[in-house]
Design a protein around this ligand. Structure first.
Ligand code: ATP
Length: 361
């Protein structure tokens, strides 16, 4: 164990070259990650990519096959061995399947981890958290009388109540409907930031990760593909998988000629790509700027609208784009506000290149 001041200067939770194998199957391969006090890190990725396994390793519910886990400066797990089990770690856990104690009221469930406090403080702290999560009115109820979403909020309140140094949350908002989910995310984030907790949160929802996270670790097939602030992953994606994960994109390919790639939306500068190499161009729908051309018979060769739909705060256009050399491509454009040109409307297209990404094939 290290002196206190040295411990405080360290990340609260560190995963160091963690691997996790189940028989031949590699669920987690060589993941290193640290979380500082007050920081929310989201493990994001498709189903089966190893997020839950990694969280279970962080919690001490699962030993790593290789690598180590540190809490502050203390080694708490090494290959094949958990040195310190979850109950000795000062971590709050809220997993998808977290069961409440069925014979205890909601208030007693949330007070459960507060045995060290005097009785009245225990109650006021538990009530405060239930109130923050919109559950104060059900303090005297028993778990079986609650909906799935209500039980999930109680499980969250119970995990948060002891103000642990580390919170490990696995899809904590999955049972809530969309409107309530936004509210509970907001409230949970406030509580986590107030307490200065280091949080590792698992989600498969990119919007949730972008809202909650200071940093996102995007995973694929057991590995972390990219770690960074939400804007870093969105604006500087490391590879096509990262681009795709944050929403549908338009994709075309072409060779680099005279320093640019010819696409149906025009010549695009291809800085840093060798002459003759094939590149994949990924165009976010919101990168496409659309302006209507006069429909006077002069613009029959131009790109045209195939379909337009209002999504709410933006409009989605399906466009058949015509390039200068006869190339054709169907693409989606997402434009702000209500913009619903009729089918067949000729349009000219341009791109916001900050939302266009190129990768060598
Ligand atoms: P989801 O979002 O669907 O929960 P996930 O990203 O959390 O997925 P994990 O639950 O960590 O993924 O699973 C990663 C892989 O490891 C999966 O292929 C899963 O089948 C496998 N796996 C997980 N736990 C075990 C286990 N105890 N024994 C065998 N295989 C396991």
């Amino acid at each position: 164990s290290l002196p206190l001041d040295e411990k405080l200067a360290r990340p609260v939770l560190t995963l160091d070259h963690v691997h996790c194998r189940f028989g031949q199957h590699k669920a987690v391969s060589d993941v290193s990650l640290h979380i500082n006090a007050g920081e929310v890190v989201c493990l994001l990725g498709p189903s089966g990519c190893g997020k839950t396994t990694l969280l279970r390793v962080a919690a001490g519910l699962q030993a790593p096959s290789e690598g180590s886990v540190f809490l502050g400066g203390d080694l708490v797990a090494a290959p094949g061995h958990v040195h310190r089990p979850p109950e000795q770690r000062n971590v709050g856990l809220a997993f998808q399947e977290s069961a409440l104690f069925p014979h205890l009221t909601i208030l007693e469930n949330v007070s459960f981890g507060l045995q060290a406090l005097p009785k009245h403080e225990r109650k006021s702290r538990a009530m405060h958290l239930l109130d923050r999560l919109g559950m104060a009115g059900l303090a005297k109820a028993y778990p079986h009388t609650l909906s799935g979403g209500q039980q999930q909020r109680v499980a969250l309140a119970r995990a948060l109540a002891p103000a642990p140094r580390v919170m490990l949350l696995d899809e904590p908002f999955s049972s809530l409907d969309a409107r309530l989910r936004d509210q509970i995310r907001d409230d949970t984030l406030h509580v986590l930031k107030e307490m200065g907790t280091a949080t590792l949160l698992v989600t498969h929802d990119p919007e949730e990760a972008m809202f909650m996270a200071d940093r996102i670790a995007l995973m694929r097939e057991g590995q972390v593909v990219q770690t960074g602030a939400p804007a870093e992953l969105y604006c500087n994606p490391a590879d096509p998988f990262v681009v795709n994960f944050f929403g549908r994109v338009n994709v075309c390919t072409g060779p680099v000629r005279n320093g640019s790639v010819l696409t149906p939306v025009g010549h695009l500068q291809a800085h840093g790509f060798p002459e003759g190499s094939e590149v994949t161009v990924m165009i976010r729908p919101e990168a496409v700027r659309v302006s209507a051309l006069p429909d006077d018979g002069q613009n029959q060769e131009a790109s045209h609208v195939v379909m337009s739909k209002l999504l709410g705060s933006s409009s989605l256009l399906h466009i058949c784009a015509h390039g200068a050399e006869g190339q054709e491509m169907h693409l989606h454009a997402r434009v702000p506000g209500v913009f619903l040109p009729p089918e067949g409307q000729p349009v000219s297209l341009s791109l916001d290149m900050s939302k266009v990404f190129m990768f060598r094939q």
